[in-house]
Design a protein around this ligand. Structure first.
Ligand code: ADP
Ligand code: MG
Length: 290
């Protein structure tokens, strides 16, 4: 495109809260064949809430919540916020030796008890038997909830079901991209069943679940190696390498500074639908060169 067209295009974008950091972002946006969306905080609002608790026999909901909250006090994860919000001012126990297990959960001790909290993978790695609550976990995940597993002294004491509302424009964004001939993928660290349910609800073409934070960029590369031009939309620190790897990285404006620094386009209104606007604007701008 001519420098004039680029200037007009980026100017129009800026007026609509779509910040293109450079001309190549505007040009590359026309060529995208796949757009990958992060789930939490991008397609969903990113303010999860506890919606249900399931306890093992002999364990009260208060016990379960007090145990989980003792650990989550040390975590910055959005799921931790949901659990602490639900615990409110209730007395919790005192955890020591907190360690984050990236993309899986956390561990610590409460008195003599080792405590683990997080996804199924983490429990399995530590040899915690899941059978007693496996059907309940499947039910929760089938409903699109994230089931946070809590184990104490080697025994699964319960599940905390957490829901995060889908953004109101997510569905329309996906439909429009598909109409424009762009495939849509969703990438998340969350479990496969939860991701599949949300993917189905939104009509996502490719669901990439249980992706560890360190693997996100490699997943983008895989799509590129298959001949795709890949857009990535994300908000988190975790998303930064994938935003950099993508042909065009789009950051949600309400997200982390790191995501905004790594992306070439910033969506100031934090509305995923602006990805459609960005692509349409870039197509219109490049058409003007002829
Ligand atoms: P996302 O891609 O949604 O940001 P993460 O990679 O941060 O997901 O986490 C993946 C999964 O690990 C979560 O869905 C959750 O099951 C588990 N997990 C990670 N951190 C925590 C935590 N602090 N509390 C509970 N569960 C956690
Ligand atoms: Mg996110």
């Amino acid at each position: 495109a001519t420098p004039m067209a680029i200037m007009v295009g980026t100017g129009l974008g800026a007026m609509n809260g779509i910040l293109f950091k450079n001309a190549s972002a505007l040009e590359n946006a026309t060529k995208l064949t796949v757009v990958v969306f992060d789930k939490t905080g991008t397609l969903t609002v990113g303010q999860p809430d506890v919606v249900e608790m399931v306890t093992a026999p002999g364990v009260s909901e208060a016990d379960l919540l007090a145990t989980a909250a003792a650990l989550e006090k040390f975590s910055e994860h959005p799921l931790a916020h949901a659990i602490l919000k639900r615990a409110g001012a209730m007395p919790t126990e005192v955890a020591t030796g907190f360690t984050n297990v990236d993309g899986q959960g956390a561990r610590a001790s409460i008195g003599p008890d080792a405590v683990l909290l997080g996804n199924r993978k983490l429990m399995q790695a530590e040899g915690v038997a899941l059978d007693a609550l496996a059907a309940e976990a499947a039910r929760l995940e089938g409903g699109g909830r994230t089931a946070v597993h809590v184990a104490r002294a080697g025994r699964l004491i319960g599940l905390i079901a957490i829901a995060d509302a889908v953004r109101p424009t997510s569905k329309a964004t996906i439909v429009k991209l598909q109409e424009r001939g762009v495939k849509v993928a969703m990438m998340t660290g969350d479990n496969q069943a939860t991701a599949d349910r949300i993917g189905k609800e939104l009509g996502i073409d490719i669901v990439l679940a249980e992706v560890l934070p360190g693997q996100k960029a490699a997943k983008i590369k895989e799509l590129q190696d298959k001949g795709n031009k890949v857009g990535m939309v994300g908000d988190g620190i975790n998303d930064a390498p994938a935003l950099t790897q993508a042909d065009v990285g789009f950051a949600i404006g309400a997200g982390t500074d790191v995501a905004m620094e790594s992306a070439q386009v910033v969506l100031m209104k934090s509305d995923p639908y602006d990805v459609v606007g960005a692509i349409e604007l870039s197509r219109a701008t490049l058409r003007k060169m002829h």
